[in-house]
Ligand binder design. Sequence first.
Ligand SMILES: Nc1ncnc2c1ncn2[C@@H]1O[C@H](COP(=O)(O)OP(=O)(O)OP(=O)(O)O)[C@@H](O)[C@H]1O
Ligand SMILES: [Mg+2]
Length: 333
Amino acid sequence: MAASTNGPQSPALDVKNLGVSYFTSSGEVKAADGVTFSIMSGKRMGLVGESGSGKTTTALALMRLIKPPGRITSGTAVIDNTDLLSLNDEEMRNAKLSKIALVPQGAMNSLNPVAKVKNQIIDGLRDHDADYSANQYRELINELLTKVGLSPQVGDMYPHELSGGMKQRVTIAIAISMGPNVIIADEPTSALDVVVQRQIMETLAELQEELGAAILLIGHDIGLMAQFVDTLGVMYAGRLVETGTLRQLLREPKHPYTQMLIDSLPSLERQDRKRGDLRGIPGTAPSLYALPSGCPFHPRCPQAMDICPSEEPVLKVVNDDNQSEQLAACLLY
Ligand SMILES: Nc1ncnc2c1ncn2[C@@H]1O[C@H](COP(=O)(O)OP(=O)(O)OP(=O)(O)O)[C@@H](O)[C@H]1O
Ligand SMILES: [Mg+2]
């Protein structure tokens, strides 16, 4: 029997030791450093961290969209036995939308203001030399728009005629147009009001289930994320400092930074009234230009030990219940 590469037990996306640096006049900034995680098929992973912690950098690297002065310096990112980071440009062009798709940060402002919605969807498909007749395009666009909860008439509209939520739905339609294995959504709802946020997340969840795709959801709002993801990754200063199931991280966060994040959340039952947001953590995120030595979190860490300024922690298994590993990069463990 042939081994299934898309079975529920195999990762849809397997990222190992991803490094991205920006080489600026002030020096090298390691915006992603040794980032390692995987997402199982059909699962949803959340990626949280303060502004500047490297979330978008990670997303852009997986899409091979890092521009100079940035460069991918290390790592692999495997989907379907293919390492995206070693594809040539032509191969990567084919992998985009079909294997991996991104709803970029600020996506709704990234739509072309002078092109009708339908033409923006077609542009993505054309990149794949899709040889469709005008009728087939029309049908596909109607189907995609309907799937994201828009009426087919939206295809003939321009972005300025749409609300923020509608524009965000268009960007989702583009992202799912070729049925990708992995969808990355970088703060897909941050500019929208709470009700629309929830509706968009629900649409995204439905589509992801329908496609059997994995999702990497990037955001600040753990409260919103908690209702949506299966696993969580926490980034700090370009590193992934803790990963595990949502339950593990909410109930038993191991890294002191994650503990502070979770402590700052109102109880989950009350999250409708008050929302948990990473921006409320005391202290300031370090500048990547002058990272503290050892563990970059040590100056803010309430549990810092003598060794923390001199030794750099790596991700280690800290909890292994039901075969789902919880990992933390902290010298306490
Ligand atoms: N074009 C660039 N040139 C130089 N440095 C950059 C560039 N883009 C990002 N960086 C550096 O990489 C770091 C990580 O940026 P990134 O956009 O990945 O953070 P983020 O976690 O997505 O933040 P946010 O929550 O604000 O979206 C920044 O702090 C910055 O130092
Ligand atoms: Mg970002």
